[in-house]
Design a protein around this ligand. Structure first.
Ligand SMILES: NC(=O)C1=CN([C@@H]2O[C@H](COP(=O)(O)OP(=O)(O)OC[C@H]3O[C@@H](n4cnc5c(N)ncnc54)[C@H](OP(=O)(O)O)[C@@H]3O)[C@@H](O)[C@H]2O)C=CC1
Ligand SMILES: N[C@@H](CC=O)C(=O)O
Length: 437
């Protein structure tokens, strides 16, 4: 940093990187007012110099050589918006080793190697901020770290993947085809380079690792998150959910009580009276429940060029303010609480079940009995005709039940002669089911 300008090395010039340059250029006057310094993008790392770009920059700004950023004595801050683990991890560690501050939107990296990166930053007295890594434009990480620091958070629950919410909203509201909706989300720049991580719930699971680590002050690991994506969700499931008064959403959940902590990502039926049911398209929403504050909710665009870049540039502003105050790296906490994960018999939820059964007397009784034996009581049970002769479809919503009991009941029902197939089983959040005509 000279007395007037902070120089930035930008690694990645795709959806988010383009937004970062647009905001730094477009808001320069406001940034100077806030920080007292001008902010200048000195170099931009890309893979392909000949690619056609939606924003034109002078050609000498672009490079394919990461060292021109990492070892440049002029560059104070590295913004990593390339994505992926390698070489992003090595680049960030090198930048920190060189005394450069880092801003990243990379949840894959922070969920898997956050501890190592933050401890290197602390050692080097550098900042590492990653607000954009969770829920794009929603300032949720800063809220967890700063605004809730006086409270004890008990639950974090929400829609934290824009791509899947876009797909499910399109399927539910317009009857769109899954593949078509996914392609639209890709074209709009919401999806990851490999969209499997969106649709299989991995992107949301990584975000839940970051949220639960910061919210509960525990070192959460990715393989401790139970993950189910939306690729198996069918149009029929969505139609039945609607008929019962629910919307299908991919929900992340992190909850702690005296029995421990559970963190999961799974398709969930959310009752239409619940605020999360009306979060559509690329929008995300996150509930944070604190012992003292009670319930709070954060809502906004979860992906896309400018919303995500807003979070990145806000982190950059914080770095610059810290540089002026000479306090970089001081906000990084490395002390965690002991982590105890809940066993399945302490995980409670309501469930939706859909199964194909023989259309014969006594079927309801046998199914209800299998559930009752596991202490699971029914909120709703409906029988529907099925196109196959002598078969029927049964739809059930249970009251709250332990996950271990549900699993026992499911394996018992799978072995019943009257049950041809258990089509689906989803978690249910909020409200009471009603069969809508
Ligand atoms: N898109 C979104 O809405 C959001 C994205 N994120 C995160 O932000 C990050 C960036 O995402 P996004 O902008 O969508 O990604 P894009 O795929 O649009 O852009 C990636 C950019 O990085 C460059 N790049 C990738 N690998 C390398 C490499 N090995 N060496 C040099 N350059 C490389 C590419 O170069 P080239 O242009 O030459 O191909 C491209 O400019 C990811 O971590 C993502 O998870 C977070 C929140 C929201
Ligand atoms: N692919 C992600 C992008 C933001 O994190 C999403 O769809 O939410």
């Amino acid at each position: 940093m000279n007395n007037e300008t902070v120089k930035v090395g930008l690694m990645g010039f795709g959806t988010v990187g383009t937004g970062v340059v647009r905001i730094i250029q477009g808001h320069q006057e406001d940034l100077v007012k806030q920080t007292g310094l001008s902010i200048q993008v000195e170099k931009i790392l890309v893979q392909n110099l000949n690619k056609k770009r939606s924003l034109q920059v002078p050609s000498d700004l672009l490079t394919t050589n990461a060292y021109e950023i990492l070892y440049s004595p002029d560059i104070d801050v590295v913004i990593e918006v390339m994505g992926g683990i390698h070489p992003a991890k090595e680049y960030i560690l090198t930048a920190l080793e060189q005394g450069k501050h880092v801003v990243t939107a990379n949840k894959d990296l922070m969920a898997l190697h956050g501890e190592e990166i933050l401890s290197k930053a602390k050692e080097k007295q550098c900042d590492v901020f990653y607000e954009a890594s969770v829920a794009g434009g929603i300032p949720i990480l800063r809220a967890l770290i700063e605004s809730f620091s006086s409270d004890r958070i008990t639950k974090i629950m929400g829609i934290i993947n824009g791509t899947t919410n876009y797909i499910l909203s399109k399927m539910s509201q317009e009857g769109a085809d899954y593949q078509e909706a996914l392609q639209e989300a890709q074209a709009l720049g919401y999806a990851e380079a490999d969209p499997t991580s969106d649709v299989e719930g991995l992107d949301a699971a990584r975000k839940m690792v970051i949220l639960s680590t910061l919210g509960f002050h525990i070192p959460m690991k990715l393989d401790e998150v139970e993950v189910k994506g939306i690729s198996q969700v069918t149009k029929e499931d969505i139609a039945y959910a609607k008929k019962l008064g629910y919307e299908m959403k991919l929900l992340g959940l992190a909850e702690q009580n005296g029995k421990g902590i559970e963190v999961s990502v799974e398709p969930t039926l959310v009752h239409k009276s619940h605020p999360l049911a009306s979060v559509h398209g690329v929008f995300n929403a996150i509930y944070v429940h604190g012992e003292a504050v009670g319930e709070t909710m954060f809502y906004g665009p979860g992906a896309g060029e400018l919303p995500t870049a807003t979070s990145v540039v806000s982190d950059l502003v914080t770095v610059v303010k810290n540089m002026k105050l000479l306090v970089n790296g001081q906000g990084i906490s490395s002390s965690y609480k002991e982590k105890k994960l809940k066993a399945d018999d302490h995980k409670y939820a309501k469930y939706f079940l859909r199964m194909i059964v023989s259309d014969q007397p006594g079927v309801f009784t046998q199914i209800s009995q299998a559930l009752a034996e596991q202490n699971i009581s029914l909120a709703t049970i409906v029988q529907q005709p099925h196109p196959k002769e002598k078969q029927a479809e049964i739809i059930i919503i249970t009251h709250r039940a332990a996950k271990s009991s549900l699993n026992q009941a499911l394996s018992q029902m799978e072995n019943m002669a009257i049950v041809s197939e258990i089509k689906s089983c989803y978690r249910v959040e909020g409200g009471e089911a009603e069969w809508l005509a």
